[in-house]
Design a protein around this ligand. Structure first.
Ligand SMILES: *Cc1c(COP(=O)(O)O)cnc(C)c1O
Length: 438
């Protein structure tokens, strides 16, 4: 299932009433399906509304123009508050997670001939940002955290490798310590893609503050959202300047110049990935709610983990730092795809839908990567001897394919009621043993 289909599936029927459980054994645990929820928009209230109205009333929808201190500086204020929240010196707000990645790739000055190691299971943009810079994507396996397996990184390093992209998927931090150690040993840069884990942390530090640079998405399905939007964070003023210039057709705005002190670079070829003030206003209201939203989601997920702990033999997704995980989805591990698929069917019958790992793709097996398709036949990525010889496809990530076929995830939202949590626990107690028996 692609992300759009998944999103449609989880939102379909969102207005249906949540009906309470029936007595055990007599029919499904719920009468109406439990549905997923988008955390950010679910928390929209007067705070977001008044930010948007203020921008409209000021008639200042564009972020630049020397209006600091007039109230017409939503994006700039969001950048300050977001950087403070993550614990980096700088944040840059942009138009999407994808343009955040492209800005971060520009910040790292990646280009033709450079190789980047990334997990075989991630969203398209993690890879397309590399290819659009004409650099070469090199895939490594994921482990049972669904994130980059540190044990598979070193073998993929060549003299051309410049960076490792650690992606933190579905709220769960990648095991960063060994990844950072490998990067230090080989003098590589680390980009953290935190698009799906905004606010999560690893050993007490927020994701995004541990690598050289990091990106976030504020698209509708992510932790906090304005429909579309993204951010780049770093504590390195030179990386920040290059990202700022790239996102603003090579120019450095006054507000960003003031943030870094002295400019170190001149203009270069960039793009327009600027965030507008309406989006900035919504994100400002949302970042102020981030901790509340994730605390609620974590508390609900913790109840689910607790409630399932007594099921004999049950195992979950690998979590390198359970306290830093956003908690949802709660992924249950099976020995085979057949067991997993039986479990999905049984949970559907209980009206507590679960799904395979989603919101990402096994990129080496997507036809456009496997066949190296770009808009131009002479695209530099795959026209070097190395680019021509590298092989993608299922053969480069068999463990990733196997792992993803054996897990099913239960979405746990921040506003799920105690009843919802009880229904989840009851449904798994029925469906899990049945799925193992087959
Ligand atoms: C969503 C996502 C992106 C891209 O973000 P958009 O805002 O949709 O452009 C990048 N990486 C990952 C891992 C994502 O999940």
């Amino acid at each position: 299932m692609n992300r759009r289909k998944f999103v449609t599936a989880v939102t379909a029927g969102a207005t249906l009433p949540r009906l309470s459980a029936q007595p055990a054994g007599s029919g499904p645990v719920r009468e109406q399906p439990l549905t997923g929820e988008f955390w950010g928009p679910l928390h929209y209230d007067e705070a977001e509304r008044s930010q948007v109205v203020e921008v409209l009333d000021l008639r200042r929808p564009f972020r630049f123009g020397g209006r600091t201190g007039t109230g017409a500086d939503k994006v700039a204020t969001f950048e300050k508050e977001f950087a403070a929240k993550i614990g980096t010196r700088f944040a840059l707000a942009v138009s999407s997670g994808t343009t955040a990645l492209e800005s971060a790739v520009a910040a790292l000055a990646l280009g033709p001939g450079d190789e980047v190691i990334l997990p075989a299971w991630t969203w398209h943009s993690t890879c397309t940002a590399i290819v659009r810079a004409c650099a070469l994507p090199v895939f490594a396996e994921v482990d049972e955290s669904f994130n980059l397996d540190p044990r598979d990184v070193e073998a993929r390093i060549t003299p051309q490798t410049k960076a490792i992209f650690a992606v933190h998927l579905q709220g769960n931090p990648a095991d960063l310590d060994p990844i950072l150690a490998i990067a230090r040993k080989h003098k590589l840069r680390v980009l953290e893609d935190c698009a799906q884990s905004v606010g999560a942390s690893y050993k007490g530090r927020r994701l995004g503050s541990l690598g050289h640079i990091a990106i976030y998405s504020h698209q509708e399905s992510k932790t906090i959202s304005s429909g579309e939007g993204g951010s780049v964070v770093t504590s390195d003023p030179e990386l920040y300047e290059r990202a700022c210039r790239f996102h603003n057709v090579g120019n450095l705005s006054t507000v960003h110049q003031q943030a870094i002190g002295e400019a170190r670079l001149g203009p270069f070829v960039g793009t327009n990935a600027r965030m507008n003030e309406v989006t900035g206003g919504i994100m400002l209201a949302q970042v102020r709610k981030l901790d509340k939203i994730i605390a609620a989601a974590r508390a609900n997920a913790a109840r689910v983990y607790e409630g399932l702990a007594d099921i004999p033999g049950i195992r979950f997704r690998l979590r390198p730092d359970p306290a830093g995980d956003l908690g949802s989805p709660v992924f249950i591990r099976f020995e085979s795809k057949a067991q997993r698929d039986r479990f999905i069917g049984a949970m559907k019958a209980e009206n507590v839908p679960v799904s395979p790992p989603s919101g990402s793709v096994i990129l080496p097996t997507t036809p456009y990567i496997e066949n190296k398709v770009t808009v131009h036949p002479a695209w530099p990525t795959w026209n070097t001897p190395r680019g021509k010889s590298i092989q993608y496809g299922a053969a480069c990530c068999p463990r990733t394919i196997d792992i993803l076929s054996r897990f099913a995830g239960i979405a746990v939202g921040p506003k799920y009621t105690s009843r919802d949590i009880q229904d989840i626990i009851a449904a798994v107690h029925k469906a899990y043993p049945a799925a193992l028996k087959g």
